[in-house]
Design a protein. Structure first.
Length: 255
C-alpha cells in the first residue's frame, strides 16, 4: 500500500497515502494496516470526544498536553496548529467516519436501555393502576350515608344491620382518584400523544393538514388552492370532510 512518511519519525509511523478500506468490524477497532501509535492517538484522543465537541485540533492539543508539551496561550484560549501528519492520518484512517459509527452505537445502546427501563415502569404502573381501580370501585359501592338493612338470622329471626359510611373519604375522593388514574393510564398507554390523536383522525378518513398546507403523513403538496382541494378530497374516505374542498359551479350560480 502506498504510504506517506512522517518527517523525522521512525518508519513504524508510516501513514497510508489513500483512505483505507475497512476490514475489521466494528470499524472503530484497529484495522490491519493501521500503525499502533496512530491507532492509540485515534482511540485515546479523538474517538473519546463526543459529536459537537470532537475536532482534530482538540484531539491533538489534548494529546500534546498529556505528553507534557507546552501549549502557547492566546487571549482567547490555548491554541496550536495541527501538524500535517495528523491531518493525513485523520483523513486516510477515516477517523471521522469511525467516530460517528462508534457514537451512533453508543446512542443506540442508551436508547435500548431507556426503552427497557420505560417498559418495566409501564408494566409496574399498569399493575398498580389495576389495583387502584379495584379500590375506587369499592369506594363507590360504599353507602354515602348511614344505611340499615334487614337480614335473617340462622334461626329465622329478622336482624337489623346498620352500615355506617366511611368517614375517611367521600365519593368526591373516588372521582378525584379516578381522574388522576385516567391521566396516568393515558400517559402509560401512549393515548395522550399527538401521534395517537392523528392516527384516530386519519383512521376515520379525515385529512390532517399542517400550517404549511401539507397533509401530515403524506408527501408535500402544491401551494395552489385547487391542488390542495384535490388532495384533501382524494385522501378522505368519507363524505363529511372537515375542511371545505372546492365550490362547485352550481353553488356559484346559486349565490
Amino acid at each position: 500500500m502506498p504510504i506517506v512518511k512522517e518527517t523525522g519519525k521512525r518508519p513504524k509511523n508510516l501513514i497510508p497515502k489513500e483512505p483505507i478500506e475497512f476490514v475489521t468490524f466494528p470499524v472503530w477497532e484497529k484495522q490491519p494496516y493501521e500503525m499502533p501509535e496512530w491507532y492509540e492517538r485515534f482511540s485515546l484522543w479523538y474517538l473519546s470526544l463526543p459529536s459537537g465537541y470532537r475536532t482534530l485540533n482538540r484531539a491533538y492539543q489534548n494529546c500534546s498536553i498529556a505528553a507534557g508539551q507546552e501549549i502557547p496561550k492566546t487571549q482567547i484560549k490555548r491554541n496550536i496548529d495541527t501538524p500535517d501528519n495528523w491531518e493525513i492520518a485523520c483523513k486516510n484512517y477515516r477517523w471521522e467516519e469511525r467516530a460517528r459509527a462508534y457514537w451512533l452505537k453508543k446512542v443506540q445502546e442508551q436508547e435500548g436501555h431507556i426503552d427497557h427501563v420505560l417498559t418495566e415502569i409501564r408494566e409496574r404502573t399498569l399493575k398498580i393502576a389495576i389495583k387502584s381501580l379495584d379500590k375506587i370501585e369499592a369506594m363507590t359501592n360504599y353507602p354515602i350515608s348511614r344505611k340499615q338493612i334487614t337480614s335473617i338470622n340462622e334461626d329465622g329471626t329478622p336482624l337489623q344491620v346498620t352500615i355506617e359510611p366511611n368517614g375517611n373519604w367521600s365519593h368526591r375522593d373516588a372521582l378525584t382518584m379516578s381522574k388522576a388514574l385516567t391521566d396516568v393510564l393515558e400517559k402509560v398507554m401512549g393515548l395522550d400523544t399527538l401521534e395517537y390523536a392523528l392516527n384516530i383522525v386519519q383512521k376515520h378518513g379525515l385529512a390532517v393538514i399542517d400550517p404549511d398546507g401539507k397533509i401530515i403523513g403524506q408527501g408535500a403538496i402544491g401551494s395552489g388552492a385547487d391542488d390542495l382541494a384535490v388532495i384533501i378530497r382524494d385522501s378522505a374516505e368519507i363524505d363529511d370532510v372537515l375542511i371545505p374542498t372546492k365550490m362547485m359551479k352550481h353553488d356559484e350560480d346559486e349565490e
